[in-house]
Ligand binder design. Structure first.
Ligand code: PLP
Length: 406
């Protein structure tokens, strides 16, 4: 299939280019020493990851440890309530640790092992990436240093405990606002000191090349599985696929399976409390081109051109940019990006739980809300939702803020 002269039959092989660009987005904007480290990872990825041994080991891990393939479920009662359109969910909530993030963390950790590295380094905000990476480190017997701001350490006590139980070291960052941005800076600094024996593991399709490409490739298992499962279940492809977009890894993973099909693709960004309040994180819808955290993409900026403070009811979507590949596919027009507010999200969270017996992560509830809206505008057909994670992690927040609805 061709859109705007981009041939999607060969797209996944053609993009990014050798320097990590998707059109004008992407690249590798970091200082000299780490540039060398990124080149080392890129070279290792292209040799090791295409080897039969690596692929077979990753497939075995996905099956025996992660519990893949995760199923596709027909959301029958929700569909009946909405009308004639049939909704389905790809169940990444049933992936080990309860979300899609482990898909790329296991890939990154296996790559580290093949490269002879002994330590994984990362930052974490809400703690979900830290927990997934600590899980992968435990599995492969690697050390794991997770950098986390003091403010987040206080807010996310259960995830801090999980990381420690799994054997990771949680390193407190006390600079500046003591949240994600400072944690990223500290983790990069540590990587600069330790890159001979350590590898930096990014938590989404963001950061310098080769991470947007690698994380997409590791997550594409979601789209490949979903396409074949859906076809087997229904005899045809879905009319639309919907996924939430923070950094963009779960969405890129499921979209990768359908880019070359006549299937409409929708990425859903958090509108938070509304565009005009400034309390949102819809970088692809409202952002402008800029460079941050080592890559060029669409981003939300403050008056001085720095990454803006952003907000979402879902802590996993609370990021001022999205991966460069999303910015590219946005401009090309292959994927439509739209927004869903906090209120619509929380309604969908309760609706899916009550009607289907599935408590979604608040991040994933953005995709559910959008699919419900979309279904009402369609007369017939089917919509596949990527249910990126389960809602267990959100219980304290729901009790505190929405206890009245219980
Ligand atoms: C982290 C997270 C997200 C957002 O990250 P992406 O890279 O955009 O996928 C979405 N859903 C869940 C459950 C998460 O934990």
């Amino acid at each position: 299939m061709k859109v705007n002269n981009i041939d999607f039959e060969t797209y996944l092989k053609d993009y990014p280019d050798d320097r990590g660009y998707f059109g004008k987005y992407g690249g590798c904007y970091i200082d000299g020493k780490l540039q060398k480290a990124m080149q080392e990872i890129t070279d290792a990825y292209f040799t090791i990851c295409k080897s039969r041994k690596f692929i077979n080991e990753l497939r075995r891990i996905r099956k025996e440890f992660q519990g893949r393939p995760t199923p596709v479920s027909h959301l029958e009662r929700l569909s009946n309530k909405l009308g004639n359109v049939q909704l389905y969910a790809k169940r990444e909530d049933l992936n080990h640790t309860g979300a899609h993030k482990l898909n790329h963390c296991m890939g990154e950790a296996l790559l580290a092992k093949y490269m002879g590295k002994t330590k994984l380094i990362a930052e974490t905000g809400a703690g979900q990436h830290g927990v997934a990476l600590a899980t992968a480190a435990a599995y492969f017997g690697l050390q794991c240093d997770i950098y986390m701001g003091s403010v987040d350490i206080k807010k996310q006590a259960p995830n801090v405990a999980r990381m420690k139980i799994l054997g990771a070291k949680v390193i407190e960052v006390t600079d500046g606002m003591q949240t994600l941005k400072e944690a990223v800076d500290s983790a990069f600094e540590a990587y600069g000191r330790e890159y001979d024996h350590a590898i930096y593991c990014i938590g989404s399709v963001v950061g310098p090349h080769p991470f947007p490409m690698m994380v997409r490739d590791f997550q594409s298992v979601v789209g490949i599985e979903a396409r074949s499962q859906f076809t087997e279940m229904t005899g045809e492809l879905p009319d639309a696929v919907v996924a939430c977009v923070g950094g963009g890894s779960n969405s890129m993973g499921i979209f990768a399976g359908f880019l070359n099909d006549h299937v409409k693709l929708y990425g859903v960004e958090p509108l938070g409390r509304g565009k005009n309040t400034g309390d949102h994180a819809a970088s692809l819808n409202y952002g402008t081109e800029g460079i941050m955290h080592g890559f060029n993409s669409l981003m939300l900026k403050d008056d001085k051109g720095n990454p803006a403070p952003v907000y979402s009811v879902a802590s996993g979507l609370d990021y001022p940019s999205s991966g460069p590949e999303h910015a590219f596919l946005h401009d090309v027009g292959r994927i439509k990006y739209d927004v869903i507010s906090d209120d619509e999200t929380i309604d969908a969270f309760f609706t899916l739980s009550r009607l289907e017996g599935i408590i979604p992560a608040i991040e994933s509830a953005h995709a559910v809300a959008y699919a419900m809206k979309l279904a009402k505008t369609m007369k017939k057909g089917s919509v596949l939702i990527n249910l990126s994670g389960r809602g267990d992690k959100d219980m304290d927040f729901i009790i505190e803020k929405y206890g009245i609805r219980l």
